[in-house]
Design a protein around this ligand. Structure first.
Ligand code: PRX
Length: 663
């Protein structure tokens, strides 16, 4: 047994099932999914009309559907259901605690208040002509109005497409155009780390790009510091299509009947990076997503009444959708929403918030843990963190060192660390330990969630591995063998792509794009992406997107981007560029190239390293061998493999020297 194994133990928890009972229930959920999910859907959700059929369709055709015939509304389930079930209590319960960029900027909203405001926003959207099925693009800072705008969309059946506010005007335009979204909701500014981000200016810029000027009919603008005075001059220059959101919302009726949505009606789209330069608009639908969001939040985090659940992700990513907004509210819990960064005003920010608000579940990414760990144990030790019960991690593999720090220093060896593995496509956790149920092993997301049939495939044959390696492990492709309710149903406007990316690589399986090692206990350790996607600070970035941002600059003839191991970010972006004739490498040019990536995608995708090279390692047919570049930046130059197929093998040594000089 390894040391990791010895650390594994079952922690006391209010959950009252054992590992064997979990295994039995998991087995039932796999063998008879319809019985399992039917029961769950009836128990967890309120339906306006019961469903006729639990599941249908197949991976092969990509026509999976859940709870057909059923009618429901997500905002109704998240808000009205909570109040209606227990009128005296829930309506006064806090639905949302928000802490702004400044630690003393705090808002607490009850379920009743959120419901009223969501209804007013919904009525404002109806007033602006938004109808069921319309796609509304949302480009907002992390303020309560963002969560309420999302819920208002679901109330009237509009499909939200939230674009992370760190994306550039160009990237926003690409997403507006791809969705042909006529209504855009934004704010004048966002606040982060003491600085203001001029979101409205970025929006204005985006509307000059692609075909956005003719697509977007209305820009609805929240004001970050609205004073309540509708007669005041707005803090930005208004154009003909701009509408001040705060005064418009304030005059609406605070009740809006919820649209009766079909279980398979579209709920939201969310763009994510893939192997090509074009982001995929993954589409989630109503019934399956709501059920999966609610169940995974409750079970993976062992949620109980009175808990204060804090997921510090941004709503621009799937983690924010499922675990800031939908999951906690569907459970009638109190969700915590955070606008700032882990190090503002100092590195004690998270722990200060835990102490002040008595946070019970705290959910972040390994990159933040590694960053805070760097500052030492002092900051977490300064605060009373005894309210914490569960510490979650997501987005990338967590190294055992960071896991231990999280567990021992932050959790005082008293909390469960849940390592939740999932993706934008899966809607919610697919592999995760359950507090008090699954033993923990640092670095392992452990065992599958209910209804998730995890398989490890041989990358070549596509068959499930049956023989362990010399360590008793099964290392291969992470795949899922049967549908689950939270899965994305298509890529907006490109179902072929959906089939090609997820279901055709390994027929009969959903392909995650990750490699995994499964140990002798059946515990999963995610290794990383096997496609051209890199994971920077838990953000998934397509190398092709960064490459096209670089070649958008006239100085770049060709670019190849790979991930390089990074102590804090997990991976850093490393770009190899060949310059156009007439250009020379200068510090100014390198700055411009970084600027090009910021403009085309966003600052969070800025390359850490740009290597200017006379040529790239290419096969004779002109294909760039990224494998070799990856090995070079990882310092694995003694295992480069066969380089004889390269058109010019001598370039390898040139690059090794150059990278050595730069790093
Ligand atoms: O590579 C896996 C990694 O993040 C990818 C999904 O990225 P995205 O769709 O942006 O969603 C991130 C938040 C769910 C996966 O393919 N990943 C996610 N969670 C883990 C992880 N890698 C290891 N361990 C995890 N817990």
């Amino acid at each position: 047994m390894s040391t990791d194994h010895q650390l594994a133990k079952i922690f006391p928890s209010k959950s009252n099932i054992t590992l064997d009972q979990y295994k039995e229930l998991h087995k039932q959920s796999i063998e008879d999914p319809d019985t399992f999910w039917s029961k769950a859907a009836k128990e967890y959700l309120d339906w306006f009309r019961p469903f006729d059929k639990v599941s249908d369709g197949s991976f092969e055709h990509g026509d999976v559907r859940w709870f057909q015939g059923g009618k429901l509304n997500v905002s109704y389930n998240a808000l009205d259901r909570q109040i209606g079930k227990n009128p005296n209590k829930r309506s006064n319960d806090i639905a949302l605690v928000w802490e702004g960029d400044e630690p003393d900027d705090i808002r607490k909203l009850t379920y009743e208040e959120v419901l009223r405001k969501v209804c007013q926003i919904a009525n404002a959207l109806l007033r602006m002509g938004v109808r069921k099925g319309d796609i509304v693009t949302v480009y907002m800072p992390m303020i309560p109005e963002l969560a309420m705008t999302m819920l208002a969309c679901t109330r009237i059946g509009a499909v939200h497409s939230v674009v992370f506010a760190g994306f550039s005007a160009e990237a926003l335009a690409q997403r507006i155009s791809a969705a042909q979204s006529q209504v855009l909701i934004t704010a004048d500014v966002g606040c982060r780390g003491g600085k203001q981000i001029p979101l409205k200016d970025i929006v204005n810029d985006s509307l000059t790009k692609m075909d956005c000027d003719s697509i977007v009919k209305h820009v609805l603008v929240w004001e970050r510091f609205y004073t309540g005075d509708a007669e005041s001059t707005p803090p930005y220059e208004m154009s003909a299509r701009d509408v001040r959101m705060d005064p418009l919302v304030a005059v609406q009726r605070p009740y809006c009947p919820p649209e009766h949505m079909d279980a398979e009606d579209n709920l939201f789209i969310l763009y994510t990076s893939g192997s090509t330069g074009k982001p995929k608009g993954l589409l989630h639908t109503t019934g399956g997503y709501a059920l999966y969001a609610k169940m995974t939040t409750q079970i993976s985090f062992d949620l109980h009444p009175g808990d204060l659940f804090a997921c510090v992700a941004d709503c621009g990513w799937i983690t924010g959708h499922t675990y800031v907004v939908y999951g906690p509210l569907l459970n009638g819990s109190t969700t915590f929403m955070f606008e700032s960064t882990p190090v503002y005003p100092d590195e004690g920010r998270y722990w200060d918030m835990v102490q002040r608000h008595k946070i019970t579940q705290f959910y972040t990414a390994p990159t933040a843990i590694r960053l805070l760990m760097r500052y030492g144990d002092e900051a977490p030790k300064k605060y009373d963190l005894s309210s914490l019960k569960v510490l979650g991690t997501v987005g990338e593999p967590i190294n055992p060192e960071a896991w231990r720090w999280y567990y021992e220093v932050v959790g005082n060896s008293n909390c469960t660390v849940v390592d939740t593995y999932w993706q934008t496509e899966t809607g919610g956790h697919v592999i995760t330990n359950l507090p008090g149920v699954t033993p923990m092993k640092p670095g392992s997301c452990t065992l599958p969630f209910y209804g998730v049939n995890a398989a490890v495939l041989d990358p070549q044959s596509g068959k499930e591995l049956t023989e362990p390696d010399e360590h008793g492990h099964y290392e291969g492709v992470m795949a899922l063998k049967q549908p689950w309710p939270g899965m994305a149903r298509t890529c907006l406007g490109d179902h072929e792509r959906y089939l090609n990316v997820y279901f055709r690589p390994y027929p009969g399986y959903y392909f995650t794009g990750d490699t995994v090692s499964r140990d002798e206990d059946g515990f999963h350790f995610i290794i990383g992406r096997m496609d051209d996607v890199i994971n920077v600070s838990g953000h998934r970035i397509g190398t092709a997107e960064v490459e096209s941002a670089l070649v958008a600059h006239p100085a770049v003839a060709q670019a190849a981007v790979v991930g390089q191991p990074h102590d804090i970010k997990g991976q850093a972006i490393c770009a190899f560029v060949m310059l156009t004739v007439g250009y020379e490498e200068t510090p100014e040019l390198l700055k411009e190239l970084r600027g090009s990536v910021r403009t085309e995608i966003g600052a969070f995708c800025t390359p850490d390293l740009i290597v200017v090279t006379p040529s790239l390692p290419m096969t004779r047919s002109g294909k760039i061998m990224r494998r070799i570049l990856r090995k070079i930046v990882c310092g694995e130059t003694d295992s480069l493999g066969d380089t004889s197929t390269l058109a010019d093998p001598s370039i390898v040594d040139v690059l090794i020297t150059k990278v050595g000089e730069l790093t």
